[in-house]
Write a protein that binds this ligand. Structure first.
Ligand code: TYM
Length: 342
């Protein structure tokens, strides 16, 4: 029996497709920064291999990867404190992903709601990669023996699958090798909803740009999107229960809380009885004050793509130094002959 000691280590990833949204920022990136600054080892990845589960224009993918890196850094991730890199530069992810294709069961993946949503009605035309994607996600995490994974609510099922894969591997090979990872889904904004429909997730793939706030939006655009956000005619209630059946109102309160760092309860207390005509400008001011400096810094960083590439290469070397021995030992456990001189 191999006894593994699992020291705390954080891993998370974001797909470099399109813009970073306020949902990504509040649900993920802001939490990444908090965890980085809490002193735990943190590894954050631009998951380009996940992005290609649906076709990506090569130039757009390259740009989006750099822009995501710029977004990470502009939001407060420090390439000296955290390991920041793009997934395809560390081949251990894809290799362990294959191993997990052989560990996970078809039935497990058939239950993934995100595949059903993304593949839509035409499942026959979806790529095999889109179906197997949660196995690669499990590999991303477990190739670092990561113990904590900060994500938004929509990734919960994939993290449960990651735990199932780790348990099955450990069980099948009679080892205590992969950690059973803890999802970290915390805070007021774990599920930021569309500004046009409070029952739909804010998403970079929504055809309406008015449904989301992008980190690259300028101050006027942010203010306009919030002003035009769908709401109901009632004033804000004085308790959280008063938000039941008011998804749009709840969403704006949660966004306010996510941005300000307060709890939704505090936000409700401070704004009870206000009409949206009063609340929305306050929210717009808060959003602009938080996001405008990030977007300005992103623009500055994007003027030097070579420096971004250098940082990602450096991050990838540091990531590979952790992942390669874990992958090697995994192969040894499984009985692969590993005799190359490296
Ligand atoms: P992705 O790229 O769709 O989203 C990145 C992160 O943003 C969160 N998020 C949201 N949070 C709150 N409200 C929203 N509206 C919202 N939209 C997105 C997501 O929950 C996620 O945390 N499969 C992942 C990427 C991934 C990954 C990993 C994550 C690949 N490997 C390993 C963690 C660990 C994805 O597609 O996220």
């Amino acid at each position: 029996m191999t006894e593994a000691v699992h020291t705390p280590r954080v891993f998370s990833g974001i797909q470099p497709t399109g813009n970073l949204t306020l949902g990504n920022y509040l649900g993920a990136v802001k939490r990444f920064v908090e965890m980085q600054n809490s002193g735990i080892e943190t590894i954050y990845c631009m998951v380009d291999l996940h992005a290609i589960t649906t076709w990506q224009d090569p130039g757009a993918l390259r740009h989006a990867t750099r822009e995501l890196a710029a977004g990470f850094i502009a939001s407060g991730l420090d390439p000296k404190k955290s390991i920041l890199f793009n997934q395809s530069q560390v081949s251990a992810h894809a290799e362990l992903g294959w191993v997990f294709n052989c560990v996970a069961r078809m039935g497990w993946l058939n239950r993934m709601t995100q595949f059903k949503d993304k593949a839509g009605k035409n499942r026959e035309a979806a790529s095999v990669g889109l179906f197997a994607y949660p196995n690669l996600m499990a590999a991303d995490i477990l190739v670092y023996h990561a113990t904590h994974v900060p994500v938004g609510e929509d990734q919960k099922q994939h993290l449960e699958l990651t735990r199932d894969i780790a348990e099955k591997f450990n069980h099948d090979y009679k080892v205590d090798w992969f950690p059973i990872t803890e999802p970290v889904i915390e805070g007021a904004a774990t599920r930021v909803m569309s500004l046009r429909d409070g029952t739909k997730k804010m998403s970079k793939s929504d055809p309406s740009d008015m449904s989301r706030i992008n980190l690259t939006d300028d101050a006027d655009t942010i203010a306009k999107k919030i002003r035009k956000a769908k709401t109901d005619p009632e004033p804000l209630p004085d308790s959280l229960e008063g938000l039941d059946d008011r998804p749009e109102a709840r969403n704006l309160i949660n966004i306010y809380a996510g941005l300000s760092g307060e709890t939704p309860k505090q936000v409700i207390r401070d704004h009870a009885g206000q009409q949206f005509g009063q609340f929305k400008p306050d929210l717009a001011d808060l959003a602009v004050a938080t996001l405008a400096p990030i977007s300005t810094e992103m623009d500055r960083l994007m003027t030097d793509p070579a420096e971004i590439d250098r940082l990602l290469g450096d991050g990838a070397n540091r990531a590979a130094a952790i992942a390669t021995p874990i992958l090697e030992h995994t192969f040894e456990i499984m009985g692969m002959v590993r005799s190359r001189e490296v």
